[in-house]
Design a binder for this molecule. Structure first.
Ligand code: GCV
Length: 650
């Protein structure tokens, strides 16, 4: 790991790259400007030069000149001339981001001349949502879909007394440009609901820890809070007493936390209350909260993840993939300006492969945010290496409407965080790269995922020789995971409930709307307009035609859009069933190669980290083998078609 004594880092926040802040060495640095974030930069610089022969100076010749204009501007310009690297920031946050730009560039930032380059985030909203609870659920644990231990925020029935890890986390987020955090689960339970009212002083303590790093805090709130917390008989968003309750409650939040970011709301979804109970629509619901936040500059993040989770599997007319578009597209233009509709990247639920959600193209009159999962619910639960930055990059770069990438259709990028109180912060130490990469991509979606990974490696590990093997382990790991799990975009096939490991028919006869429809002749979901659910019709041209036709649908999404016979020939030239066999054998072989590459790092990374990853790779190999054998056996038995290469299937 970065810095010197690796053992120091075992329980220390320094496992995360931000805490590594490469020392600035024997350099003379000037920091000019006012405001709290400039103060943070000053403290960072003082720490980065201390003990290295450098100095924080007020004037005279300097190696690094960090100058902030007044205000909240996030952009900065960097140039190097006459032996001085100069960062001119358009405000306090820009200075923090400029400092970290220099830190990431390392020695290269102090080499030769550099013409002025302006850096600005591609979007204002760069957010991490936590699905943390205060209480511990016997089945789900403390963090819903969390795979890194308990919450970093809460312990013993309240906000932690010691917020040391939160401070290190906030520092990391500031260093990668994340500027908003939601502190509690979108499924708002009884205790957590009180964060909005009597536990507010503790939320204010958390806000104090995030503030110096430019990160605003948010709360997930229940739509029925006027009833459950306020004692009102209704939560009808058009009821004056309900509106007044939200206004009063929100004013109290801002009195305690003047820079509070706003609310996150999961309504009418998976049992959470919402406006439907009162015959109102989601714009009515979102706007009621938006109007309470508006005088204070706050935002409502209203989730579009609304679908029927009590579907009858016999009902072929209902298609969960259609739900978000069906519910929300007709409301385009009806949301207030301080509402951001938070849309999962795909129409289903964070699968390893889904088409991009058509909602991004359907609501030009609404502010949108794309939602990703850094936590690896369906992608190996931080037991498997699954480097997701290439997936997010592909989604954000996808030309959905008139060639316009998703990145240009959204105002924000949001993801569910993956940290916990685990020794390595993220369960799998290499999952830290996903957290880091999310922030970098949220700042600029055009960054190359491999280059971002390289930054993470450079900030995290001392020994430059680890780069090659780490790229071998991580670069292709998303596709590897895709190969050994559910094939060709069909999704799920996981064990119900906890979602880890294979169960091909686990969700086939359930209420959740996640089916693959395999029979003896074929597999896949017919979502065409011609003969299926009509989901393809939610896309703009050309995608509505590309996806509609078996001939033009990309292989990796074929079974998402079509039900095809096993001998259907893919664009790759293979039959569907042979592809399934080949991909699953290949996926397991790739995990074997990942293990070999990792093994070469013994002695070059800290021993505890080496051991943890080694053990998890063994589990990944076991689980991938199980996936391979269950999926291949299932399709051999269903289809009766032997593997043309005669490999062992059971
Ligand atoms: C927080 C999936 C997860 C749920 C999660 C939900 C959501 O269904 O399995 O745990 O709930 O998504 O995004 O709201």
């Amino acid at each position: 790991m970065a810095s010197t004594a690796s053992t120091e880092h075992r329980t220390d926040p320094a496992w995360l790259p931000a805490a590594a802040f490469r020392p600035l060495g024997a350099r003379r640095v000037r920091v000019a400007g006012d405001g709290p974030l400039v103060g943070t930069v000053r403290a960072e610089v003082a720490a980065a030069v201390a003990g290295h022969g450098g100095a924080l100076v007020a004037d005279g010749p300097v190696d690094l000149d960090l100058v902030a204009a007044d205000g909240d501007g996030e952009a900065f310009t960097v140039e190097r001339t006459g032996g001085t690297t100069i960062v001119r920031a358009e405000g306090g946050p820009g200075l923090l981001y400029g400092l970290h730009h220099v830190v990431r560039r390392g020695e290269a930032a102090f080499d030769g001349d550099l013409p002025a380059e302006r850096h600005a985030p591609r979007r204002a909203i760069r957010m991490l949502d936590h699905w943390d609870n205060i209480d511990v659920d016997p089945l789900m644990g403390q963090v819903e879909r969390g795979y890194a231990g308990g919450s970093i925020f809460y312990a013993d029935g309240g906000v932690r007394a010691d917020l040391g890890r939160v401070a290190a986390y906030a520092r990391l987020l500031g260093s990668i440009g994340v500027n908003r955090v939601a502190l509690n689960n979108v499924n708002v339970h009884r205790t957590e609901a009180r964060l909005l009212t009597d536990l507010l002083p503790d939320v204010a303590r958390l806000a104090e820890v995030f503030r110096p790093h430019g990160v605003a805090v948010h709360l997930s709130v229940g739509f029925a809070a006027p009833i459950t917390l306020g004692g009102l008989p209704t939560a009808d968003p058009l009821d004056p007493a309900v509106r007044e309750w939200w206004e009063r409650t929100t004013a109290a939040v801002y009195a305690a936390i003047p820079d509070f970011g706003g609310y996150v709301v999961k309504a009418d979804s998976e049992g959470q209350p919402g406006p439907f109970a009162y015959g109102r629509d989601h714009a009515d619901g979102a706007n009621a909260l938006a109007r309470a936040l508006e005088p204070h500059g706050g935002t409502v993040f209203w989730r579009a993840f609304v679908y029927d989770h009590r579907q009858d599997w016999r009902d072929r007319g209902t298609d969960r993939a259609r739900a978000a578009h069906d519910h929300f597209a007709p409301l385009d233009g009806a949301f207030d300006d301080n509402v951001v509709l938070q849309v999962k990247y795909g129409p289903m639920d964070f699968q390893v492969r889904e088409p991009v959600s058509p909602v991004f193209a359907a609501m030009p009159g609404t502010r949108l945010a794309a939602e990703f999962q850094v936590t690896q619910e369906y992608t190996g639960q931080q037991k498997h290496v699954c480097h997701l930055v290439p997936q997010w990059s592909e989604v954000l770069g996808f030309g959905l409407r008139g060639g316009e990438p998703v990145a240009d259709l959204v105002d924000g990028v949001v993801a569910v965080s993956n940290v916990g109180d685990d020794e390595f912060w993220t369960g799998h130490p290499l999952a830290q790269a996903n957290l880091f990469g999310f922030g970098r991509l949220a700042w600029d979606d055009r960054l190359d995922p491999a280059a971002v990974l390289d930054e993470w490696i450079g900030l995290t590990f001392e020994d430059p020789s680890v780069r090659g093997p780490l790229h071998e382990v991580l670069d292709g790991s998303w596709h590897t995971y895709e190969r050994y799990t559910a094939p060709l975009g069909v999704g799920f096939m996981v064990n119900p409930g906890h979602h880890y490991g294979p169960s091909v028919d686990g969700y086939e006869y359930t209420q959740w709307g996640t089916y693959h429809f395999a029979d003896r002749d074929g597999v896949g979901v017919d979502r065409t307009r011609a003969t299926g659910t009509g989901f393809t019709g939610q896309y703009p041209a050309p995608w509505r035609e590309v996806y509609e036709s078996v001939g033009s649908c990309p292989d990796e999404l074929l079974l998402f859009f079509h039900h095809v016979p096993y001998d259907h020939v893919l664009r790759s030239g293979k039959t569907v069933v042979q592809h399934i066999y080949d991909a699953h054998f290949a996926g397991v072989e790739e995990v074997g190669r990942m293990r070999e590459a990792w093994a070469t790092l013994e002695g070059r990374v800290p021993a505890a980290l080496f051991d943890r990853v080694t053990a998890l790779l063994a589990e990944q190999a076991r689980c991938a083998t199980e996936w391979r054998d269950q999926v291949n056996t299932y399709f051999l038995r269903k289809s009766g078609v032997p593997d043309e290469r005669g490999r062992r299937i059971f």
